[in-house]
Design a protein around this ligand. Sequence first.
Ligand code: CP
Length: 312
Amino acid sequence: MSELSVNHLLGIKYITEGDIQLIFETADHFKEVINRPIKKVPSLRDITIANLFFENSTRTRLSFELAEKRLSADVINFSAASSSVKKGETLIDTVNNILSMKVDMVVMRHPNPGAGVFLAKHVNASIVNAGDGAHEHPTQALLDCYSIREKLGDVAGKKVVIVGDILHSRVALSNIFALQKLGAEVKVCGPKTLIPKYIESLVVPFEPNLKKALQWCDVANMLRVQNERMDISYFPTTREYTQQFGVHKNLLDSLQKEIVLMHPGPINRGVEITSDVADSKQAIILDQVQNGVAVRMAVLYLLASKIKHNED
Ligand code: CP
């Protein structure tokens, strides 16, 4: 397989296992490139990319921008907080105005689930979903699975537990789709109030006991409690949450094996994971961030190849 089956990256739901493997193989190449003294390649020299962020971001925004610059694309950045969105301009009007400046690709983070799918139907550009509400965050799942592959040799056959606030998480859904497509076994763990009903339909078992979940898994992906998306209380106190669902060194030491710990960031240190664990050798949190640049370079490169192919 030499090209993606899709013209947009809207969610892991819409891509195949073959697409994911192609992205990983391409990312292997770009990882080698970004470790060279000269980290830049001319692959996207004639491509212009707009990064549209309607929601806050540190890692994803910087990682996409760096990936685009490493590929020699022209880049424009848009942040809703300082834009005419504040004056009531619609999403379609905003994007069409940006596209009229001859933009080829749009990387968008938006608080509404499905915003990327909506945009792809209405504008003439390749769309990359950089997180849409509590729906999907496909490049995060790709970099997470790529990091598991790097650390453990393969994703197939591995046991992965996703722990914490699954209900408000776009990382959880994209990870579940990606891990299942790659042949991993997935479970979720957390307070029952933070486990969405759709989990059953995805055939993902729920394990309410964190120690049992950690004893079962090869990898634990610890999610942040997303207080900003909560309009009611989902657990009695943060202290109780941490006691039941936080990972700390004594808990890890009590397991009969060494597991890999992941976190998409930003971390609530001392809530879902203690600082000593987050900064330990078992945690691959900064490897995930580093791999994000190579994986996003691969996604952009492969989508841009489709644009060029469609023009021919
Ligand atoms: N992991 C992640 O999406 O982080 P940001 O919100 O900082 O982009």
